[in-house]
Design a binder for this molecule. Structure first.
Ligand code: GLP
Length: 267
């Protein structure tokens, strides 16, 4: 008797965006770094700047290590790069070592030749009254730089992109948001305890991110598998903010085999 195929509804769903599955997280990070380096090199050679939106988190650290290595070896210059960090805790002074500004300085900006005046971070030390103006200025700065050429994104276990938690509007811009309890629990190790993680954060909005001409998602590890499946193969909706990536015209997800573990194989 011919073997029956597994019923369609039992098979893992296929991603609705292009996906590259890498053998390891290190390989995924090197591939992403290679693409960023190639974009910078190509645009620099043509006398053009490259505008990047960059994430924090554990996942992209090896991307930054690789970019720093390419720079150290004289193969990559950030002189024509403008960078915008995706988000920042609030309230948290920029001088706090747990701030994303400090993270980006440590992991990338002080290791390459980017102009410090062009390595932008939202300021978590501002008073509440100054935030609306600062968020508007941030959007204007991205536009004045010519818009984002590439947004590199991680994904949180709530499905957040940057700090756009479930419920974030598709047309949202840079603003102050409340962090989800899961996100705060995931950040607890960086702050000593969950109670010390700020309740709020500043984040680029989904519309700001989707305005990038190229979007690359990087996710690694088994703990991301179910949210990767929901984001890339599930319905598009505000309950899984990263699902809006399905609507971008130049998006690719770089996953390791573990993060891709709940997705069906591409045909
Ligand atoms: C934080 C950041 C996100 C990042 C996420 C995942 O919440 N705000 O931009 O994508 O962490 O982090 P990790 O790579 O450590 O899993």
């Amino acid at each position: 008797m011919p073997r029956e195929r597994e019923p369609a509804d039992r098979r893992p769903p296929r991603a609705r965006v292009p996906v590259t599955v890498h053998a390891s997280a290190g390989e995924a990070c090197r591939a992403v770094a290679g693409e960023i380096a190639a974009l910078i090199a190509e645009r620099s050679a043509a006398g053009r700047d490259t505008v990047l939106a960059l994430p924090t988190g554990r996942t992209p650290r090896a991307v930054y290590d690789e970019l720093a290595r390419l720079h150290r070896e004289g193969r990559l210059s950030f002189r024509r790069v403008t960078a915008f960090t995706l988000d920042e805790y609030w309230p948290l002074p920029a001088t706090d070592p747990r701030s994303y500004r400090a993270f980006m300085a440590r992991h990338l900006f002080t290791r390459v030749d980017v102009d410090p005046a062009r390595a932008h971070g939202l300021d978590g030390g501002l008073p509440a009254a100054a935030l609306p103006g600062a968020c508007d200025a941030w959007e204007r700065a991205i536009a004045a730089a010519g818009g984002l050429d590439l947004a590199l994104l991680g994904i949180g276990r709530t499905g957040h992109l940057a700090f756009n938690e479930p419920g974030s509007p598709r047309d949202g811009r840079t603003r102050l948001v409340a962090l989800h309890p899961i996100t705060r629990a995931d950040a607890a190790a960086d702050f000593g305890s969950p109670a010390e993680v700020p309740q709020q954060a500043l984040t680029m909005g989904l519309a700001t991110i989707l305005g990038a001409r190229r979007v690359r998602l990087l996710a690694c590890g088994a703990r991301k598998a179910s949210i990767v499946r929901a984001a890339l193969a599930g319905p598009v909706g505000t309950d899984v903010p990263a699902s809006v990536l399905q609507e971008h015209g130049d998006v690719r997800a770089h996953l390791d085999a573990e993060a891709a573990g709940e997705l069906g194989a591409a045909e």
